[in-house]
Structure formats: structure tokens, C-alpha cells
Design a protein around this ligand. Structure first.
Ligand SMILES: CC(C)(COP(=O)(O)OP(=O)(O)OC[C@H]1O[C@@H](n2cnc3c(N)ncnc32)[C@H](O)[C@@H]1OP(=O)(O)O)[C@@H](O)C(=O)NCCC(=O)NCCS
Length: 173
């Protein structure tokens, strides 16, 4: 990447972003799940407060979805996150997740990782350390839950409690 993270615009997802979001997800299969376009249009319509994109001028280079579960209003759950290959290795995953924590003012972060995804696991642990928060790990859905279709287990990382001050300090140093 010739430009730095500070050159990117991070903002809430919009309905007209979805064709580019879908292309980005398609290009990164099987590392990230691909659901129907309709799912992403609904996210942009109804969960745009908690789903964000990163843009390099007009080019969409990352997408991170998530929501605040109605039964756990103190928690932000990250569903899918993908960074364009050309923009990787610059800390964008951490930056996006911290931004979603700042937006939601959540006390707990949750996200799942497949056992083979060492990059995301490392980043979750790094986020816990940056925020001075505990991190627990447990199997949320096992391989068997996916009926042997090759889907890896989804291992849940739960980070918290997180103080808002610790997020603000990192997001706006
Ligand atoms: C996982 C992912 C979101 C990480 O995003 P990122 O912003 O590149 O994360 P980081 O900048 O922290 O880089 C993490 C690691 O990627 C590796 N990396 C570095 N440059 C890279 C590049 N150009 N291409 C690929 N990987 C690279 C390095 O191992 C780096 O770790 P290091 O900084 O300790 O050396 C991104 O790799 C991705 O979109 N992967 C495919 C989808 C996916 O796995 N999503 C997560 C589901 S939980």
C-alpha cells in the first residue's frame, strides 16, 4: 500500500456500498464467509450504525460488520471483517474493530475466529492487551454444528470489561 492508514476514510456502510462490499467478500473466499447480497443490503439498511467500511478515495478497501445483540446491550459482536489484500499488514483490522467499539460504546467485544485463522486470533489478543482487558476463549459453534459441510469451528473471543477511556486513548491519541 502506498498510502497510509491515515489516508483512508472510515465511515458507516451505506446501501450503495454493497456491490463493492460483495466484490471484496467474493475475492476473499473461503477465508471469509459469503452470504446473499440481500443479507448485506439488510445490514446496510438496518445495522449501518454498527457496520463500517474503509475507503481509499472512492475505492472500498475493507468492510467490518457487527451488531449489538438485543439480549446483551453492553456487547458489540463482530460478524465479518475483510481487508483488501493490497491493504493488509497495516493494522487496519484492529483500527476498524476499535472504531466499532468506539461507536457502540460497548463494554465487551465479541468475535469468532476459525482455528486456522492465526492472524485474527493474534489481533484479538492484541486488542485485549491494548485495552488492558481480559480475553476469554470458548467454542461457540463446533464443526459438527455445521453438519460436516467443511465449515471450521467458530471460536468465540470475548474481551472486557473495556473502559471507554481506553478506547478513546487509542482511537484519538
Ligand atoms: C484477517 C485480516 C482482516 C487482517 O487484516 P489486516 O488489517 O491486514 O491485519 P494486520 O495489519 O494486523 O496484519 C496481520 C498480519 O497479516 C500478515 N500480513 C502482513 N502483510 C500482509 C499482506 N500484504 N498480505 C497478507 N497478509 C499480510 C502479517 O502476518 C500480519 O501480522 P504482523 O503485522 O504481526 O506481521 C485480513 O488478513 C483479511 O481480510 N483476511 C481475509 C478474511 C479474514 O480472514 N477475515 C477475518 C475473519 S475473523
Amino acid at each position: 500500500m502506498q498510502r497510509t492508514l491515515n489516508d483512508l476514510t472510515i465511515r458507516k456502510v451505506r446501501i450503495d456500498d454493497i456491490p463493492d462490499v460483495y466484490k471484496l467478500l467474493t475475492a476473499n473466499r473461503p477465508y471469509v464467509g459469503l452470504n446473499s447480497r440481500y443479507t448485506y443490503y439488510l445490514l446496510a439498511r438496518d445495522f449501518s450504525d454498527t457496520c463500517i467500511v474503509a475507503l481509499d478515495r472512492y475505492r472500498l478497501v475493507a468492510f467490518s460488520s457487527g451488531y449489538v445483540p438485543p439480549s446483551r446491550p453492553d456487547t458489540f459482536f463482530n460478524w465479518e471483517i475483510v481487508v483488501d489484500e493490497k491493504y493488509r499488514g497495516n493494522g487496519l483490522q484492529k483500527k476498524l474493530l476499535l472504531e466499532q467499539l468506539r461507536i457502540t460504546r460497548a463494554e465487551y467485544f465479541e468475535g469468532t475466529v476459525n482455528p486456522s485463522n492465526h492472524v485474527s486470533e493474534k489481533n484479538y489478543l492484541a486488542i485485549a492487551e491494548m485495552l488492558g482487558a481480559k480475553c476469554s476463549k470458548s467454542v461457540l459453534f463446533s464443526e459438527e454444528d455445521f453438519d460436516g459441510d467443511g465449515h471450521e469451528a467458530e471460536v468465540l473471543f470475548r474481551i472486557g470489561p473495556i473502559s471507554l477511556a481506553s478506547i478513546e486513548n487509542i482511537v484519538s491519541p
